[in-house]
Structure formats: C-alpha cells, structure tokens
Design a protein around this ligand. Structure first.
Ligand SMILES: [Zn+2]
Length: 316
C-alpha cells in the first residue's frame, strides 16, 4: 500500500500554469515527460469543444528550459497548423515555453484507429473509408505539400464521429514530420533523433538508414506508403505483418520478398473475419502487395493508388 502511494506521487503531473489556465479532466496517457489529458475549451466562435491537451514537461530544476519532447511538440504544432485537410487533425491552440512546460490543444477523438479497427466486428466499408481517407491525406501531403508524415501507424490515426454517427478518420502526431523542400538541412535537424525508433511501420530503407546513421538517404514519402501497407495488413488479419511488434530488418525483408514472390497465394495462410466477395478480396490484397515492397521506387505512390479500383469504387 505504501509503495502504491509512493508510486502515485512519482507520476508526472501537469504544470501549475496549465492547471490554472484550463479545466483539465481525466488523464488519457501519462509518460515521464509528456501528459495527455481531456479538457474543455471554447473555440474562436465561443463554441465549447471537448479537447485533449498534450503537455511536454520541463524539469523542476529548470522550469523555463525546453526538452527534446518540447521540440517535437513545437514541430508538430508548426507542421500541422500549416496543413489544411479534412482528414488531418487541426490543433486548436498552443502555449510554449512557460514556467513548467509547453502544450498544444487538440480536438478530442472517440479513440484511435488501432483500438477501433482491430477490435470487434466491423464492416469492410469502414476499412475502405479508412484506407480512402488516408490515401487522400497522404496524396495531399506528398503531392500538394512537401511533407511526409514519418510516423504513419494506426495509433496516429484518430476516429471521430460525425453528426450521423459515421466514422471520420484523421491523421495526427506530426512530431517527426518536416518540410522536405530543404531536405539537406532538415534531415540533419530532425532525423538524427530517430535512432531510438524501431517500429514495424518503418520501411526497410529507412530502417537501414537509421541503423547506419545515414540520414540523408531517408525516403520519407515512400516510407509513409510502407507504413500504410502495414496498417492494412493488420486491419485485415489482426496480426503483425512481420511476426512481432519489434521485427528485425531481416524478418521484414524476408516477408516482403515472400509477398512479392508468391503474391496473392502468400495471403492464403491467414484468416480474415471480414465478409467479402473473392473478386473484391483479390483487389484488396493487391494493395498490400503493391505497398509491402522493399524497393522504394517500385512501391505504389499515393497518387497511383488514387486510381486503384478499391479506392475508386463507389460501392463495395
Ligand atoms: Zn518546452
């Protein structure tokens, strides 16, 4: 019991500044340096909205001093406030470099796509909506704007409900994103912090570049497309595509090679809970085959997939 109380006291708390300024509710996620909590906010039209506040904490010894988590958060705010797309989460407001931390306010979602799409019984039309929304979003980022997301995964896609109770998927967490127009400088600034990352969603090229610290060789947009392919695999089969949530580069390469070698046949070993006609299933599997490709220049781009039959079809 004493231990529990002690542990409770050690958990990070929001800064006093933030507690005073906002009506903060339940904690959604609490790390050592970053806390996310629900809160109420009034927007510029004086409309009350449910929000989530993300605060990156400064150390008690240096309350005005930003950490690398602050820089990620400030970067996330700067990137996402430059973007305007119905499937991208727009930050509501931000407060930086105050006594105790930095924070950004985002609209509150129902949940993330990881918990929404990997649980319960779903209709394939919801998967299609997710995929279409993300293709439109990545196409906007990659082709109209010079950005890549660089951390594409189901946890970073949020699910909102419209007034008609339909799902709406929005991409969030642009902490690893940066303007690609001046790639040489920006790569030096940001991607060197990526060395601690080892997620299933990183493309083989980006895994290798990070492993050997060759940050100028990153293929960011192509990397987003690889991540998208991984998410589609996970949704359809409710499994990790490369065996575990921390696959080695070799495990990843082996699976991608097998997918390209066996094509549709490769996927016959897995079960899916979705009810779907075989013809549609073949078209859907083709998307994964086009995305989980080792060679970046052979992987489908967001622009190419805008014309894919599964994305274009109006009905299922
Ligand atoms: Zn800060």
């Amino acid at each position: 019991m004493i231990n529990e109380i002690e542990q409770e006291q050690e958990l990070a708390q929001h800064s006093k500044y933030l507690m005073k300024k906002f009506n903060i509710g339940e904690v959604v996620e609490r790390g050592q340096y970053v806390i996310l909590s629900k809160c109420k906010h009034v927007d510029i039209f004086r409309k009350p909205i449910d929000c989530v506040i993300k605060e990156s904490l400064h150390s008690e010894d240096e309350p005005k001093c930003c950490t690398k988590f602050c820089f990620n958060l400030i970067n996330e705010y700067q990137v996402s406030s430059q973007l305007s797309h119905p499937n991208i989460v727009q930050p509501q407001c931000a407060n930086f470099k105050y006594d105790g931390g930095c924070s950004v306010l985002f609209p509150q979602a129902e949940c993330d796509a990881f918990s929404y799409l990997l649980n319960g019984v779903l209709d394939i039309s919801v998967v299609k909506l997710y995929f279409k929304s993300m293709i439109l979003t990545l196409n906007y980022l990659h082709n109209q704007q010079l950005f890549a997301h660089n951390d594409f995964k189901l946890e970073n896609v949020l699910v909102f409900k419209t007034e008609n109770e339909n799902e709406m998927f929005q991409l969030t967490d642009f902490g690893y994103s940066y303007y690609l127009g001046n790639k040489h400088n920006n790569c030096r600034n940001y991607s060197k912090y990526w060395t601690t990352r080892n997620t299933i969603f990183l493309s083989p090229t980006n895994c290798q570049s990070i492993q050997f610290k060759q940050f100028r060789n990153l293929r960011e947009k192509e990397g987003d497309m690889f991540g998208l392919g991984c998410t589609l695999f996970m949704i359809l089969f409710r499994k990790y595509p490369f065996g575990s949530n921390l696959p080695t580069l070799n495990e990843k390469l082996k699976v991608c090679e097998d997918i390209q070698k066996f094509g549709y046949q490769y996927f016959l070993q897995f079960q899916t809970a979705f009810n779907i006609y075989e013809n549609d299933w073949v078209i859907l599997i083709d998307l994964i085959i086009q995305l989980l490709v080792i060679d970046d220049s052979c992987r489908a781009t967001s622009l190419q997939l805008m014309n894919h039959p599964w994305v274009c079809q109006q009905n299922n």
